[in-house]
Structures are given as C-alpha cells and as structure tokens.
Design a protein around this ligand. Structure first.
Ligand SMILES: O=C(O)/C=C/C(=O)CC(=O)CC(=O)O
Ligand SMILES: [Ca+2]
Ligand SMILES: [Mg+2]
Length: 437
C-alpha cells in the first residue's frame, strides 16, 4: 500500500473520474472523491450491511470483502453498522479508502470488467433502504456558535449579557440521548411535555406548541481514548472518523420551563435525526479552514495548531403537508462555528472521560452572521414574533404537524462536490399519554 501522504493526495485528486458514469457530474453529491459509508439493505437481501455511495449507486462492500478485494477490513463490512470498522483505526480507514477509490477509478478494470462481481456489488440507490450507519454509543450536544448562543441568550435570558460568562472559555455541552437518534426518513411524533408560560400560575402537560429544528453537524468518534487519558486537539481531530448532518429537534416551550439549572432534558430527548451517509474526515481534508479567531485565547488544552473548521455549505428546507415544493428557510456554513469539533472532543476527554467508536458529538446549532443563516426557527422567527411567509403563502412561527424538514450539505471542490445527502424528518401528531392529558 502507498504511504500515507500518497494515499491522501490520490483519493482527493479533483481530476479523478470513475467508470460509474453517474459519479462524474459537477453537482453529483457522491463522486469518487467522496466515498461516504452507509448501512443499507435491499428487498433481495434484507440484512443491513455496509456500502459506499458512488454516483446513483451503492457499492456493496460486504460483497467485495467476501471476494477478497478488501483485505484490510477484517469482515467489518458484513456487519449492520460501522462501529467495528471505525474501531480499526485511521491507518485502516485510509488504506481501505485508497483501495475502494482504486477499484472505482475509470481505468481500473478489476471490478469494471468483472460483470458477475459488478452485478452483485453495484446496487442502484433507488433500490436500497438506508439504515442507521452506526450504533450510537453516547450522544453529546454542544452549544458552539457564537451567533446562536447570543441569539438564544438574548431571547431566553438577558439581552445585555447574552453570552454566559463561561461561554468564551469552555465548549458548553450536555449529555443527550443516544436511544432517540434516528436516520433520515423516520417520522417524528410531536412531543408532549410540561410547559408553563410566564403568565400561567401552574404548569400543564400538553403537546409542544413551539416545536423547532436545529441545524447541526454530527462528528462520529472513530477511535476512542482509554478512561483517564485526555487527548490534544490535534489527536482529537485524528480520532474523528467522519461527519453527518444532524437535526436536534427541540421543543422550546418545554425547554424554557425545564432547563434551569441542569440544561435541556425532555425538550431535546424525543428525537435527533441524522443523515445516513458518513462523509469521512479524509474526504473533507481539502475543505479545512480556520474558524473565527478566539479571544480570549483558550486554555492550552483547547488551543489548536491547525485549521479545524470546514467550508461546508448547509441548507434547510421546510415543506408543509400538501405543498408543491420545499421552501428554503436557512442557508449557512459550518465554517462559522466558534468551537471546532476537535476542540469539543478534546474538551470532552479532558477530564479523562473515555470516548468510544460510535460516540456522536452534535456541533451545536450552526448560525452564521446574517439572519438568513440562523439555524433554528427560534432565531429565524425571533421566538414566534416575526413569522416566516413561505413562497406558497403559508406562514410559520414553529413547526406544524405534517411539515417535512430537510437538511442538506456539500463542500464545493474544483469541478466536484462532496455531498452529505439529506437528513429529513416529518412531524406527526402527538401520541396521547397513557395517563391522559
Ligand atoms: O441557551 C440555552 O439555554 C439553550 C440553548 C439550546 O437550545 C441548547 C442547544 O441545543 C445547543 C445548540 O444546539 O447550540
Ligand atoms: Ca442542539
Ligand atoms: Mg435532540
């Protein structure tokens, strides 16, 4: 196998083309430079297994593994989730990516001209069901966009002191619920919970009237750290296997009543939607950029010596039930985050907390400098004060039953795109509580 540097540059080369012709268009989300991993099944073979997206197909890596073409992966691609492969470590990730890239490269005849193997290994995307790509071990959600934290602090607390005094010193986070992380396409019931408006004398239990989305990225931990052993920011970057789109559904009326003093609880525990394709950190290497300058300078354990943000375009659409088309409600970029994902991971491990393959770190809501780049309806409608009017005439303050929300994202390369696919969820009416209202 090539050494690390050669492997790295070869799989990123903008001029690479695949014999899978649909992968070669300038706006195809899944060109040969991307090769995102996902878990999929088909009607003919309903057992979930691992593949990579290439053009409008999925390459079934379990088939290639059984044919002896992926000697590095130790059988992990026949598993229903990526955790095993992620645990093999960065050298194996890189070698495997180089092998898959070579097998799909235009001039490589090994798979291209083996019609029997190709027929078994290349499945149209339209024929597959996509599943959760990883078994999420622990889910942590951060609060790392300065614009988002300023907006929420202004609305929920004190406009004069919108950022809490700790915010510029420490990546704020809370431990979330891995059990409610779901894959794109999973319908979500509107949650019920305890709410109390300031003018109400007592709380009541009822369906959330302020159901919101949060546009985030999710970083998936690939290799962990042993209990008691912290890591540097740069080590943390190398522990991250890849990224997914993430919608941290949030019930704002439940949140404002319950969150003090321990932070969000049931308001964010009912569902978190992720995209099914894990775009590897290696595919994102050409898009690394520096984030905003950090003043005050963080403590040494949080200092970064490299660019750890990504130039990654993000968009959210909302489609009401019965609407002809989705309406864009937010456009932003992952590069705006104040605290980078490697800094968040280094902070998470700083106490000695062990991180494991399959742990998921929500970046925090990604809000940029302009109102159109704010990543939640709470901000876009200023807590319902300024309703949005959609192109087909509907108005929205928060999400209504039947609304479908879709997150998309891509990095723009030289003649190609690294796409993330989508993270979609549709809101269904609440499930009645067995104890009654
Ligand atoms: O400021 C607060 O009280 C809470 C803000 C959030 O909504 C928390 C959150 O999920 C963090 C984020 O996504 O940035
Ligand atoms: Ca969040
Ligand atoms: Mg959530």
């Amino acid at each position: 196998m090539d050494n690390g540097m050669t492997t790295y540059y070869k799989t990123q080369d903008p001029s690479l083309k695949s014999w899978v012709k649909s992968a070669n268009g300038p706006e195809c989300p899944f060109p040969i430079q991307n090769l995102p991993y996902g878990a999929f099944s088909t009607a003919a073979n309903p057992a979930p297994r691992i593949g990579v997206a290439i053009g409008d197909h999925v390459l079934d890596l379990s088939v290639l593994e059984k044919a002896g073409l992926l000697p590095q992966s130790e059988g992990c691609f026949s598993a229903p989730v990526l955790n095993g492969f992620m645990g093999l470590g960065a050298a194996v990730w890189s070698d495997t990516r180089a092998t898959i890239s070579a097998l799909l490269e235009k001039e490589n005849s090994r798979l291209r001209d083996d019609s029997a193997l190709r027929a078994g290994a290349l499945v149209p995307l339209s024929d597959v069901t996509l599943h959760m790509p990883v078994q999420v071990g622990d889910f942590t959600d951060f609060y790392a966009s300065r614009e988002h934290a300023t907006n929420v602090g202004t609305m929920f607390r004190d406009p004069e002191n919108a950022l809490m005094p700790n915010w510029l010193h420490i990546p704020i986070g809370y431990n979330g619920r891995a059990s409610t992380v779901v894959v794109s396409g999973t319908d979500i019931h509107r949650p019920c919970g305890q709410v109390k408006a300031p003018d109400q004398a007592a709380p009541s239990f009822r369906p959330s009237g302020k159901l919101d989305m949060e546009l985030e990225m999710g970083a998936l931990v690939g290799t962990g750290n042993p209990l008691g052993q912290p890591v540097t920011v740069e080590q943390a970057r190398e522990m991250i296997f890849g990224y997914v789109l993430l919608n941290d559904w949030s019930a704002r009326d439940i949140q404002v009543w319950e969150y003090q003093p321990l932070g969000p609880f049931q308001a964010k525990a009912f569902a978190t939607t992720i995209s099914p394709w894990v775009v590897t950190a290696e595919a994102l290497e050409p898009f690394r950029v520096s984030g905003p300058s950090q003043d005050p300078v963080p403590l040494p354990y949080l200092q970064q010596t490299a660019a750890n943000n990504y130039d990654l375009n993000l968009k959210v659409t909302l489609q009401p039930a019965g609407a002809a088309s989705p309406a864009a409600i937010c456009e932003t970029n992952f590069r705006y985050m104040y605290w980078s994902s490697p800094q968040q991971l280094a902070h998470h491990a700083s106490s000695g907390c062990a991180m494991r393959p399959g742990d998921l770190l929500g970046s925090g809501t990604i809000s940029g400098p302009t109102p159109a780049s704010w990543g939640s309806l709470l901000e876009l409608t200023w807590n319902g004060r300024d309703p949005l009017t959609l192109p087909e005439g509907q108005t929205r303050t928060f999400i209504e039953d039947g609304d479908s929300l879709t997150l998309t994202g891509w990095c723009q390369g030289d003649g190609y795109r690294i796409g993330f696919g989508e993270a979609e969820g549709t809101i269904l009416p609440p499930v009645p509580h067995p104890a009654g209202g």
